[in-house]
Ligand binder design. Structure first.
Ligand SMILES: C[S@@+](CC[C@H](N)C(=O)[O-])C[C@H]1O[C@@H](n2cnc3c(N)ncnc32)[C@H](O)[C@@H]1O
Length: 196
C-alpha cells in the first residue's frame, strides 16, 4: 500500500472544479495530458494531478527543493513515477529556460512563490508554454492573508494584472479559492505590429 507523507490536504475543496477542467481538457486533447506544476513541496498536489488530470501524460515539477527528500519518497511510490520530471531551483530561472517548449503543455498548476509579481511573471511565461485550449490553475487566488495587508504579498493582484494584459487567455472561473484560466488563442495570434 502507498503511504504518502503529506502535512495536510486542501485540494479536496476544489475537486469539482478540477474535475470540470479535466473534462474540458480531455474533450479537446484526449486522455493523456502534459502538465507543469510550479511549487510542489512534498508532492501532494503532484499526486492529485497524476491521479486526476494527466492520464498517461507527463508532469514536470518545478520547486526550490526545500522538501526534496520527502517529495522523492512520496512520488517514487506513485504508479506513474516514470512520468515525473523534476526541475529544482528558482522558478524564475527555470521558466526562462523552458521558453523553447512553446505550446507544448496542456495544463499548468501554479502554487509556488506567493508574491504578486512572481505570479504575474509566471503567468506571462506559462501562457506561451500552453497549447490553445489548455488550462492554468493558480492556487491561493482568494487567500486572505490577515497578517499581510500588502496585496503585493498574495497572488491575486498578479493574476488580475495578467488577465488585464493577456492577449491569449480568458478567465474561466474566478469564483473559487483558485483562479482558473483558459488559453483561447494560439501564440501566432500575437502579431509583430503590436496591434490586436
Ligand atoms: C504551498 S507550497 C506548494 C504545495 C504543493 N503544491 C501542494 O499542494 O502539495 C509552495 C512551494 O513553492 C515553492 N516555491 C516557493 N517559491 C519558489 C520559487 N521562487 N521557485 C520555485 N519554487 C518555489 C516552495 O519551495 C514550496 O515547496
Amino acid at each position: 500500500m502507498i503511504e504518502y507523507d503529506f502535512d495536510d490536504n486542501m485540494l479536496n475543496a476544489s475537486a469539482k472544479r478540477w474535475y470540470d477542467v479535466r473534462e474540458q481538457l480531455t474533450k479537446t486533447f484526449g486522455p493523456n495530458l502534459d502538465c507543469i506544476e510550479i511549487g510542489s513541496w512534498e508532492g501532494r498536489s503532484a499526486v492529485y494531478i497524476a491521479d486526476s488530470i494527466m492520464g498517461d501524460g507527463k508532469l514536470t515539477l518545478i520547486d526550490l527543493g526545500v522538501k526534496m527528500k520527502t517529495l522523492y519518497k512520496n512520488l517514487q511510490q506513485h504508479p506513474k513515477n516514470k512520468n515525473f520530471e523534476f526541475l529544482f531551483g528558482d522558478s524564475f530561472d527555470i521558466l526562462s529556460k523552458l521558453t523553447d517548449k512553446k505550446e507544448a503543455y496542456h495544463f499548468i498548476f501554479i502554487d509556488g512563490s506567493k508574491y504578486s509579481c512572481d505570479n504575474l511573471y509566471t503567468l506571462l511565461v506559462a501562457e506561451r508554454l500552453l497549447k490553445k485550449g489548455g488550462f492554468i490553475i493558480v492556487d491561493d487566488y482568494r487567500w486572505n492573508r490577515n497578517i499581510e495587508k500588502n496585496e503585493k504579498n498574495t497572488p491575486k493582484l498578479g493574476v488580475d494584472l495578467f488577465l488585464k494584459t493577456t492577449l491569449l487567455c480568458e478567465p474561466y472561473d474566478l469564483t473559487g479559492y483558485q483562479a482558473i484560466i483558459m488559453k483561447t488563442k494560439d501564440n501566432k495570434s500575437i502579431k509583430v505590429n503590436n496591434t490586436i
